[in-house]
Design a protein around this ligand. Structure first.
Ligand code: ZN
Length: 453
């Protein structure tokens, strides 16, 4: 006969997790120091080394079957499981071990791949996105000392930062291995430092390359300039049609909704972006609506001669990558179609324009109801001692739609230890260590509530 211990464990979880933190922090430092950049041009061996280290760490916290999952041409993912009591539900814990490139080194106040602490925050590429997610899962397993109250599976992807291109392949190949009753994705974040949040919606993303050609080859701009246009000017005029004069997205027919304004201020966004003085807002409606539930268009890059290579010529061809975030409820191929039609309808001066779609990811609305969500919400409220904010996220996580279409019956929950000052994908990325401790604690308490009573 087994003695029921959950209530004892519950009382002890805050102490247990608190005592685990120095070790978890050392592990986070170690993971930051593996430069697991998944983007092309960076050594793939470091992504593999990071996967192997995560696998070994999972073995150390009691997952005997921890292993790398491979898929052709993909960076390795990591899988592990630890069984809970008979009849317990299975919860899959997701994080990713790959990181963004560090970006311009002169903008970092420290070395991107050397962990550095200041004012209770740990700095370094991946400190928050998403090595803090790996720490949440390792910490949760450690808190239960190898005997979790539910069956736990851990899946740590290695390609999230490059769009999870092989994820559906991984999910097809390893469907049975990954099957779960609930999926907890630790790759979002909190509302503010000390203010816990669950994420309710994600925008989707489409992107295309627009090529504008005005001539077969370049000619002398002094001799011919003034009769026919150059490609850069033509491309600039075309790109300018994507917004109205007030900065409203001008592409017709896109899904657009309002969302809860919460207590977000313009100042917070200005400070997060470091906007120049006098920069005005674009678009209309609430700040959260514009970031979470309305489309937004940005030009990400332009191919044209560099300034250092400029000569007096009429440039015959120029290209731009245009990215459009799409609202929950918007079909990505409809959105891409609307963007393409708009671009082709606004070609200036009879230039030759081609539009090539290069990316499409679905938006997602997460239903915040059911036992898994209830367990996380109440545990987060206990861990932080304040109400959970329900927030949207303007970014996209392809994993969410992929997983929900494979396992439509599984509850999906989006959480994470970071906050708006974590500077993910930017220089000086950091993670608040107190929020990380509360995130580990809340997840452990939530799983405890989901176990058989
Ligand atoms: Zn991430």
């Amino acid at each position: 006969m087994t003695v029921p211990v959950p209530s004892l464990v519950m009382t002890d979880l805050p102490t247990t997790v608190h005592e685990l933190m120095p070790g978890l922090r050392a592990t986070l430092e170690e993971l930051i120091e593996i430069p697991s950049v998944s983007a092309g041009g960076y050594p793939t061996s470091e992504v593999r080394r990071s996967a192997e280290r995560v696998r070994d760490l999972l073995v150390e916290v009691g997952a005997q079957d921890a292993r790398l999952l491979e898929y052709p041409d993909a960076h390795p993912a990591v899988f592990a499981s630890v069984s809970g009591p008979e009849g317990a539900p299975t919860v899959l814990l997701y994080a990713h071990h790959d990181v963004q490139p560090p970006g311009p080194s002169e903008e970092w106040e420290m070395e991107p791949f050397e962990a550095f602490e200041r004012d209770g925050r740990l700095y370094g590429r991946g400190a928050s996105d998403d090595k803090s997610g790996i720490i949440m899962h390792l910490g949760t397993l450690l808190a239960f000392g190898g005997k979790p109250p539910v069956n736990i599976k851990v899946f740590v992807e290695g390609e999230e930062e490059i769009g999870s291109a092989h994820l559906s392949g991984f999910l097809d190949t390893y469907a049975e291995l990954l099957r779960a009753d609930a999926i907890v994705i630790a790759d979002s974040g909190n509302w503010r430092v000390g203010e816990p949040a669950l994420t309710t919606s994600l925008r989707g993303l489409v992107a295309c390359v627009v090529e504008v050609r005005t001539a077969k080859h370049a000619v002398h701009s002094g001799m011919y300039g003034g009769v026919f246009p150059d490609a850069i000017t033509t491309l600039s005029r075309l790109l300018a049609t994507l917004h109205t004069d007030t900065g409203e997205v001008a592409v017709p027919g896109l899904v657009s909704n309002e969302s809860d304004p919460l207590d977000l201020t313009e100042e917070e966004i200005r400070s997060a972006m470091g906007t120049v003085p006098g920069l005005s807002q674009i678009g209309s409606g609430g700040l959260t609506s514009r970031m979470w539930t309305k489309p937004a268009i940005a030009v990400l890059a332009v191919d044209a001669p560099k300034l250092s290579e400029a000569i007096n010529q009429l440039v015959p061809v120029a290209r731009a990558k245009v990215s459009m975030r799409i609202a929950p409820g918007q079909d990505p191929s409809d959105a891409m179609g609307a963007l393409r039609t708009h671009l082709l309808d606004h070609v200036p001066w009879g230039a030759q324009v081609t539009v090539t779609s290069v990316e499409a990811g679905e938006a997602f609305q997460l239903p915040l109801a059911g036992p898994t969500v209830d367990a996380f919400r109440s545990s987060m409220e206990e861990a932080w001692g304040r109400k959970v904010v329900e927030m949207g996220v303007g970014g996209s996580i392809p994993f969410v739609a992929d997983f929900s279409s494979r396992f439509p019956d599984a509850a999906i929950l989006l959480t994470g230890a970071g906050d708006p000052t974590s500077a993910v994908h930017a220089p000086n990325e950091s993670q608040d260590m107190d929020d990380l401790e509360k995130s580990v604690l809340a997840q452990a308490m939530a799983l405890d509530k989901l176990g058989p009573k």
